[in-house]
Design a binder for this molecule. Structure first.
Ligand code: ATP
Ligand code: MG
Length: 504
């Protein structure tokens, strides 16, 4: 392969101002052919804004973008695509009610599809998705598939469009380990073909597994751009945060084995086709971790516990009294909170303000006749924003204008505000930066000490081990193990998750 003598895509002195806020200030970045370049920084550091400017989704207020050495101004992402730049934005912008195949080739297909073309396109879609280990009905609506599948379709689509540059904003946030490995294989082959890949993630392991170079932003400014081989993890974290962080170590945590009385008991609840009947007691002052692969039934279990889906058998008791959970309002009235996995679809009300998003569950719980005054609203949203370090220029701004990680913290704040007795968290640290990550783990422990019952679904086993007093393992939509004491270790959990594989 010829040695590249110039970057394929460059940003020079890029700046972006939203209102009074400098989201990006004097940032330079170079992307070289054949490199995987990680873009790192805290929630709100300006990562998404930078890639939006590089790929035509935003215009810059200062500086310039150069493609193969020549200044360019992309009108929109479509024009960037025409120049060989494929992008997956943090907010997936596919069309849920078009088919998988249509989404995959949206924008680069003939406007009118004949029958033959449709068949050919479906065939091609199947071949493309097979590279990612996905064997699905490509004629079905995209919206009928899980977030993970939608994410893979978005990635596959960007890869198809990227002749020179592939840009991925947190592509792995909803993928499991096997899917991440497949994505990395695809990235390596694109790299070998000489593409430049720009990749945003909050998973440092992934940064070290695949990147050649890193660019680190802090508060909209460039901290450093350099080869990864010269950096340690501690260096990277320090540059992102501007300080060192202390990770919660299991040994430093309080005794997790002493729990309070049973708060809720789920007895034999299940839903045909979704999750097999399971029985689980949740105690006050206890965290129950839920482990399992994507699609193992973890999320379905949480949805039954919160009345999003209705169980077709079994019973629920709250402090020994029978409880009917036919919809989420029943759950909220019983003091349950639920922070869902797919926050974009199920959680955030994009056009409502940060304040409204935080108080909405509390308001619903109080009833709309007892409207919270503006002062009460400000006090509540201010208090939780501070506790969770939510960075928003103003609590009046629409929440969709916050960075992805800060939106997630808003949803967590919403459920903490109702002062729940049971809190169900589905992947609470996805998309959250390393600093805030440690903060959320500490928050979970604090809530447990305050006497809440928590059910936490997480793919991050080190975390699960750090806060759980029990771990239930889901496999093939069934609860297959309940681990306690010494058995709460990543090795035992992995074994329980995988148990079936050797046997089959
Ligand atoms: N359209 C907009 N209007 C107003 N402010 C915005 C807009 N887009 C982004 N911002 C602000 O600019 C800052 C940078 O946001 P950006 O989305 O680039 O962060 P990020 O580094 O991608 O964070 P995350 O890791 O949470 O995704 C944030 O403070 C955000 O609230
Ligand atoms: Mg972002």
């Amino acid at each position: 392969m010829a040695v590249a003598i110039a970057p394929v895509l460059q940003g020079r002195g890029l700046g972006k101002i939203f209102g009074q806020h400098h989201a990006l200030d004097q940032v330079d970045i170079d992307l070289w052919p054949g490199e995987v370049h990680a873009l790192l920084g805290e929630n709100g550091a300006g990562k998404s804004t930078l890639i939006k400017i590089l790929t035509g989704a935003h215009s810059a207020d200062a500086g310039e973008v150069l493609l193969e050495g020549r200044p360019v101004t992309f009108r929109d992402p479509l024009q960037a695509q025409e120049h060989g730049i494929g992008t997956v934005y943090q907010e997936v912008n596919l069309v849920p009610n078009l088919s998988v195949a249509e989404n995959l080739f949206l924008g680069h297909q003939p406007t009118r599809w004949g029958f033959v073309q449709k068949r050919a396109i479906a065939e091609r879609a199947r071949r493309v998705l097979a590279t990612y280990g996905l064997d699905i009905d490509v004629k079905a609506e995209l919206g009928s598939y899980s977030v993970a599948v939608q994410q893979i379709v978005a990635i596959a689509r960007a890869v198809e469009l990227s002749g020179k540059v592939l840009v991925l904003d947190e592509p792995t946030a909803s993928l499991d380990r096997a899917e991440v490995d497949r994505l990395f294989d695809v990235i390596r082959s694109l790299k070998a073909r000489g593409l430049a890949i720009l990749f945003i993630t909050h998973f440092l392991d992934q940064v070290f597994a695949i990147s050649d170079r890193v660019t680190i932003l802090r508060n909209g400014r460039l901290v450093k751009s350099q080869p990864l081989t010269t950096l340690s993890r501690t260096d990277v974290v320090r540059m992102m945060l501007g300080k060192d962080i202390v990770f919660a170590q299991p040994a430093t945590l309080l005794d997790q084995t002493e729990t309070g009385p049973v708060l809720v008991s789920f007895k034999g609840i299940g839903k045909a086709g979704r999750v097999a009947p399971f029985t689980l007691d949740l105690c006050r002052g206890e965290v129950v971790g839920v482990a399992g692969l994507l699609g193992s039934g973890r999320t379905e279990m949480a949805r039954l516990m919160f009345g999003v889906d209705v169980a077709d058998e079994g019973s629920v008791h709250l402090e020994s009294k029978a409880l009917s959970l036919r919809n989420p309002a029943h759950a909220v009235a019983a003091g349950f909170g639920f922070c869902p996995e797919d926050r974009k679809a199920d959680g955030i009300f994009g056009d409502l303000s940060v304040r409204e998003n935080i108080i909405i569950a509390l308001q619903a719980k109080l009833g709309w006749l007892r409207a919270l005054s503006r002062d009460e609203q400000d006090e509540i949203s201010g208090r939780f924003a501070e506790a969770l370090d939510i960075r928003a220029a103003s609590h009046d701004m629409p929440v969709r204008l916050l960075s992805g990680g800060n939106q997630q913290k808003v949803i967590l704040a919403r459920w903490l505000a109702i002062d729940p007795s049971l809190l169900i968290l589905d992947e609470p640290t996805r998309g959250i930066d390393v600093g805030a990550h440690a903060e959320i783990v500490r928050t979970i422990n604090r809530l447990r000490e305050d006497g809440l019952a928590l059910l936490v679904i997480s793919s991050e086993l080190d975390e699960v081990v750090a806060y759980s007093s029990r771990v239930v393992v889901m496999r093939d939509r069934e609860m297959v193990a309940e681990l306690t004491g010494q058995d709460i270790s990543p090795a035992v959990i992995v074994q329980a998750i995988a148990a079936q594989e050797g046997a089959a």
